[in-house]
Design a protein around this ligand. Structure first.
Ligand SMILES: [Zn+2]
Length: 195
């Protein structure tokens, strides 16, 4: 949905990454999404960015989503700020207000995110990078340092066009509808009418 009707409209390849409870990704190609041989293509949240780091429910340690998902930032900020119900949006507000502790937590997440994204960009050369999910609601507080952190890591790779997702929570439903529409168009039409 983000590729066809949202932020990436008109881009024939893109990488969409959602920063929410975890981190999910979709590899957009020629109007569709590359699902992989087993449906797991784009699982960028489980790229290891901090070897030997925080344990992940997937069984690995140091996975990207343990550092840069909205849930991870919220958990870390709740611990650091001493406010158990603080979330990622609270952290973003504190960053915008100039809180140095929040800035440290935020930078740690942005750096991890850039590490994971540059791995994906190197592999896919998608041209367009769309970032959505709860953490992306922070707007410039996220996109400005993220763009800079990505640029710092690039050597020969072309810098992607970095875009905030445009469809918000509706993206999942719209994407499912587009998939269903595609599937229907590929079902052979029956010509025989049974009575
Ligand atoms: Zn994992």
């Amino acid at each position: 949905a983000e590729g066809r009707a949202g932020a990436g409209r008109g881009a024939d390849r893109f990488l969409f990454v959602a920063l929410g409870t975890g981190i999910a990704g979709a590899i957009g190609l020629a109007g569709g999404v590359e699902a992989g041989a087993n449906g797991f293509a784009g699982e960028i949240g489980h790229i290891v960015v901090r070897p030997g780091g925080r344990p992940c429910p997937c069984g690995q340690t140091g996975c990207l989503e343990r550092y840069a998902s909205a849930a991870a930032v919220g958990t870390t900020w709740a611990e650091e700020s001493g406010r158990p119900d603080a979330d990622a949006a609270d952290c973003a507000r504190a960053v915008a207000a100039g809180d140095p502790d929040a800035a440290r937590v935020w930078t740690e997440a942005v750096e991890a995110l850039a590490d994971g994204l540059v791995t994906a960009l190197t592999l896919l050369d998608p041209g367009t990078l769309i970032v959505g999910g709860g953490l992306a609601e922070a707007g410039d507080v996220l996109f400005r340092p993220l763009g800079a952190a990505i640029e710092r890591r690039l050597t020969f790779q072309a810098a992607p066009v970095l875009l905030p997702a445009a469809l918000g929570d509706a993206a999942g439903c719209l994407g499912a509808a587009l998939l269903a529409q595609d599937l229907l168009q590929h079902i052979p039409q029956t010509t025989e009418v049974r009575t």
